[in-house]
Design a protein around this ligand. Structure first.
Ligand SMILES: Nc1ncnc2c1ncn2[C@@H]1O[C@H](COP(=O)(O)OP(=O)(O)OP(=O)(O)O)[C@@H](O)[C@H]1O
Length: 624
């Protein structure tokens, strides 16, 4: 594959796009280029270290892995060098000419064209190596892979193409030389470089060295060079944790919170986990691998070890360093490993503790967290029955008492339940407005009984798995028959049903293909009718969601409940004309369906019947 002569190649079109965007949007924060290069160099050392576990000869006698940074005033350059794994010819092409990561591809797809917004977004991906071009008019990379004889030189001015050629290079690893732009001269000053290194890269586990004298013969260590998570909490400051978070995630924002623990016992491991401030835009992408970075006794093993964090905490970022896992652990082994399960259980408990603490002591931060990640947390009870009670306490809902925003906890709800109230009531709907205006709530409103308003897709899944809280059952207001005392109804209901039997029979006759039953409602005050699902059956909302998702749903006919005190229903009960009775019954059913967010089977028919009714005629009398 290697070529003897230099060849010129084009950047992938997307790289050019990224370069443009970056040079313009990151101008105010140019110094991050150094952080990105150090981060790559440190990863390269980690990867070499990992590779030498299998093949010691890769070290070739040079075992002290380090990152060297120096400036040359005369040449106007800054050089970042590492003796890590290095790159082969093909790897240079793949890594430094294209956008290899699918995440970055998706980022490009999501560009809005609004520079401000896009600049915000770009930070989520880590602009990596290409950030060199913020300060450099020319970048030269010389590298040799630890297991190859020949080296490679890559060079570009960032304007559209690069050259690549084979070279002789005795040292293993990578040297990146930036020819600084005129307006970036400040980065030649060693003090400036030192300052940036301490600021952004102090937590890097490898030594970062700079020349200690003018001649550049002796090198001295500039950073702390102990992996941050191995250090004790007492000696670390917020800015250390924040710097490490940046290294780990490339998130331009500071984390919302973190938890750092050293666990000793049957197993020993260190955990450092962060809650980001903002959800990544691909949080809902099921293909996207998540999880945290795994180290074994300080040796980097893998990124995004999804086995270490359950799906319902997929927004958590961080590091686990285990003292007990074998160094040759693979993703497959992680799948089903007792140690991993117990680390994950420990990690989950720490995150839950962190969130509980935030909810209690920093309600504003928690509200922010909930807004960003609440929907993900709602997957918890289904995925993790063991932790359901703790997760349930962290949930927040909108309710008929507090309809603006999701602010009500189940504990708040239970604390203000009426003394004789038996259940925690909720309504699910396709959207908040539909839930809030649902006719099913009328009797509850009248009796001042609070009802939770659920309108996220995941809510149906949540309530299927969260059936009680604090000993109180969760009960849907659109399911089953309400008992008289649930809504403070009088006791003469039986008689009421009897009295209205002729009406109910009429409606049943007209709508027999569409409903499974018709009965007098205890839910309604102002509306003439509503639809109800069988107790324990699928809600109409869930049936719709499943159909949208392409699943086959058994044809479940709802129950029509009517409000016999409503003028419309009263008039209907007096109708004799079969055709008008048919139209009115259908209208009653259709409007009940609309009110709870359903779709009409025959919208044109609905409009025609409605118009006929509004003009005081029925189809029959028009024809006559
Ligand atoms: N010093 C280096 N030694 C060896 N490989 C490197 C070095 N610098 C970059 N690379 C390779 O080039 C790839 C691209 O680097 P780049 O900084 O653009 O993205 P990244 O590091 O993969 O992503 P991110 O910055 O988001 O973590 C790296 O994944 C790595 O494989």
């Amino acid at each position: 594959m290697a070529k003897a002569n230099a060849e010129t190649r084009q950047f992938e079109a997307e790289v050019q796009q990224i370069l443009q965007l970056m040079i313009h949007s990151l101008y105010s924060n140019r110094e991050i280029f150094l952080r990105e290069l150090i981060s790559n160099a440190s990863d390269a050392c980690d990867r070499l270290h990992f590779a030498t576990l299998k093949d010691e000869t890769l070290l070739q006698g040079e075992g002290d892995l380090a990152i060297r940074i120096s400036a040359d005033k005369e040449a106007g350059t800054v050089t970042v060098s590492d003796n890590g794994i290095g790159m082969s010819y093909q790897e240079v092409i793949d890594n430094l000419g294209t956008i290899a990561s699918s995440g970055t591809k998706r980022f490009l797809e999501s560009l809005s064209g609004d520079e401000r917004k896009d600049a915000d977004l770009i930070g989520q991906f880590g602009v990596g190596f290409y950030s060199s071009f913020i300060v450099a008019e020319q970048v030269t990379v010389e590298t040799r892979r630890a297991d190859e004889d020949k080296g490679v030189r890559w060079q570009s001015d960032g304007s559209g193409e690069f050259t690549i050629e084979e070279i002789e290079r005795s040292e293993r690893g990578t040297t990146i030389t930036l020819k600084l732009r005129d307006d970036a001269e400040e980065f030649q000053a060693p003090e400036r470089l030192r300052h940036i290194i301490r600021r952004y890269s102090d937590h890097i586990g490898r030594p970062i060295l700079m020349p200690s004298d003018e001649e550049g013969q002796d090198w001295e260590k500039v950073n702390e060079a102990a992996a941050l998570w191995t250090r004790s909490k007492e000696e670390l400051e917020d800015k250390d944790y924040e710097g490490f978070y940046q290294h780990l995630t490339h998130d331009p924002e500071e984390p919302l919170d973190w938890t750092h623990n050293h666990v000793e016992g049957r197993q020993s491991y260190s955990l450092l986990m962060y809650i980001p401030r903002r959800a990544p835009f691909d949080l809902w992408d099921r293909e996207r691998r998540r999880g945290i970075r795994l180290y074994v006794r300080r040796v980097f093993i893998m990124d995004e070890a999804e086995q270490l964090m359950p799906g319902w905490l997929r927004f958590v970022r961080g590091v686990v360093d285990s003292a007990d896992l074998p160094l040759n652990v693979s993703r497959e082994i992680l799948q089903d490993n007792r140690l991993v399960r117990s680390i994950r259980a420990g990690a989950v408990k720490k995150v839950l503790g962190l969130l509980e603490d935030m909810a209690r002591n920093r309600p504003d931060d928690y509200a922010h967290f909930w807004e960003q990640f609440g929907k993900v947390l709602k997957e918890g009870p289904a995925e993790d029955p063991d932790n359901t009670d703790r997760i349930a306490k962290l949930l927040r809902f909108s309710s008929t008492r507090e309809p603006d925003g999701e602010t009500v906890s189940l504990q708040d709800y239970v604390d203000r339940m009426k003394p004789d109230q038996k259940a925690i009531y909720y309504v699910t709907a396709d959207n908040h407005e539909t839930a809030l205006n649902s006719p099913h709530l009328e009797a509850f409103r009248k009796q001042n009984v609070e009802v939770l308003l659920l309108s996220d897709r995941v809510d149906e899944w949540l309530v299927a798995n969260l059936t009680e809280f604090d000993g109180k059952p969760l009960r849907s207001v659109t399911h089953g028959e309400l008992e008289a005392d649930e809504v403070g109804d009088s006791k003469d209901d039986e008689a009421k049903d009897e009295r209205h039997k002729p009406l109910l029979d009429k409606l049943k006759g007209q709508l027999e293909d569409q409903v499974s039953d018709v009965r007098v409602s205890r839910r309604l005050v102002d509306s003439p009718a509503c639809l109800v699902a069988e107790q324990g059956g699928l809600s109409l909302n869930l049936q719709r969601l499943l159909k949208e998702a392409g699943q086959t749903v058994p044809e479940l006919r709802p129950i029509l409940e009517v409000n016999p005190d409503h003028p419309l229903v009263r008039q209907l009960s007096e109708l004799e004309d079969e055709a008008r009775l048919g139209d009115w019954s259908q209208l009653l059913f259709d409007q009940a369906l609309l009110a709870e967010g359903g779709q009409l089977a025959d919208p044109a028919g609905f409009v025609r019947r409605l118009n006929a009714m509004l003009t005081g005629q029925s189809r029959q009398s028009e024809q006559a």
